[in-house]
Design a protein around this ligand. Structure first.
Ligand SMILES: *Cc1c(COP(=O)(O)O)cnc(C)c1O
Length: 378
């Protein structure tokens, strides 16, 4: 395979200062890794039931509440298993009878499929749209949970978060998968009841945890379902997670490094001006990549509607004359990593993360690297 790959060397002065553009796991700042190494002797390898680790969980919960400007009564809860496991937890512990799902890519379709397969729930309403677009919610009195995805990582589509017209949190919950959005895209917490994510994407940490900001209505739902006669496996029981989170713990052992790196990123963002600062950084990166694609004769933003073009994960189609996979491989040979498109989308495309940890100047440098490679492949 590599025998047929053109040998193209990108000059050092064109290359980004950090070559990690993957959409998850994503760039982890070296300062955060250094801080972990410094803290390691009294932190890694210590009990998660003792103050050293509970302090980090507390800092995570407080830091996220500050970053998201959570209204009174909202809480941060967490558990093990990442977003995929949170979907299962939500099937058991958040959906009362029937959910509605906006399905517009790989991730949003998975939660919908889980709800359809759950024998104790009514069939969900699934509203789909073509890859590269997003559907709209349709208020329905039979629905008790609306499932949104703020950023569909597989296609690079972002969508605004708002409750369905005429529906309040006492009628139905709004649950948002924010895995590749949390910490990089703006939102108003009053419009959502459950804002859940894993920290290996926009929050520049490692995988394995799920984290959720939950509203008073969501807490009430969690407690009511837990008290009902529905059987819930303990490891994904949200009431168990809620009780443990309130003690700055998880039910079973968490990845201590993941927790620490997440706190590093949240405190880095809060220390620099909070979510508005982080989102502005993503705006600058988005301007760099989409502006370049619009000027380029070989590249086009995949998402036609500029308002739906994600500011955390960009998808860029290349002209058929240039093979995107070859471009990504040549970039990788030069230390510029993980620009491959989402495989199942099957397009001649580059996918580039624009998360807050990624320097907008490096996104600009990446566009120059792509131009350099494309010119030599032509
Ligand atoms: C990556 C991703 C997931 C899956 O996250 P895991 O932590 O790997 O389970 C779910 N939803 C979205 C939007 C994602 O980007």
């Amino acid at each position: 395979m590599s025998a047929t790959l053109p040998q193209i060397e990108i000059p050092a002065d064109l290359r980004p200062s950090d070559g990690r553009f993957g959409s998850g796991p994503s760039l982890v700042r070296q300062e955060a890794v250094d801080a972990l190494a410094a803290a390691a002797p009294t932190y890694l390898g210590t009990s998660h039931r003792q103050p050293a680790v509970q302090f980090v969980v507390g800092a995570l919960r407080n830091g996220l509440a500050e970053m998201f400007a959570l209204p009174d009564g909202y809480e941060i809860i967490l558990g093990n298993g990442g977003t995929t496991v949170f979907w299962d937890a939500a099937l058991f512990g958040l959906i009362e009878r029937r959910s509605q799902h906006l399905s517009f890519g790989e991730f949003s379709s998975k939660f919908a499929a889980g709800a359809a397969a759950a024998p104790f729930l009514d069939d969900p309403i699934v509203i789909s749209s073509e890859p590269g677009t997003h559907p709209e919610l349709a208020a329905d009195p039979s629905v008790d949970l609306y499932a949104l995805t703020q950023n569909e990582t597989s296609t690079g589509v972002m969508m605004p978060l708002a409750r369905p017209a005429g529906i309040s949190s006492s009628d139905a919950l709004v649950a948002v998968d924010a895995t590749s959005a949390a910490g990089g895209l703006r939102f108003d917490a009053r419009e959502v009841d459950v804002y859940y994510f894993a920290p290996q994407k926009a929050l520049a940490s490692d995988g394995g945890l799920w984290i959720a900001a939950v509203s008073p209505a969501a807490i009430e739902r969690i407690e009511r379902i837990a008290a009902s006669d529905r059987w819930i496996p303990t490891s994904i029981d949200l009431k168990t997670a809620l009780d443990n989170s309130r003690k700055d713990q998880t039910y079973n052992t968490p990845a201590l490094a993941t927790l620490f790196l997440t706190v590093q990123q949240v405190e880095w963002i809060n220390g620099n001006g909070g979510l508005e600062w982080a989102a502005s950084r993503c705006d600058r990166s988005a301007e760099a990549i989409y502006g370049w694609a619009e000027r380029s004769s070989v590249a086009t933003p995949f998402v036609a509607d500029p308002a739906a073009r994600s500011h955390t994960v960009a998808t860029i189609d290349l002209d058929d004359a240039v093979d995107a996979t070859t471009v990504s491989k040549v970039l990788a040979q030069n230390g510029v990593l993980d620009t491959f498109s989402y495989r199942k989308l099957g397009r001649n495309q580059l996918r580039i993360a624009l998360f807050p940890a990624i320097d907008p100047a490096d996104v600009e440098a990446l566009t120059r690297c792509i131009d350099f490679v494309v010119e030599r492949l032509a």
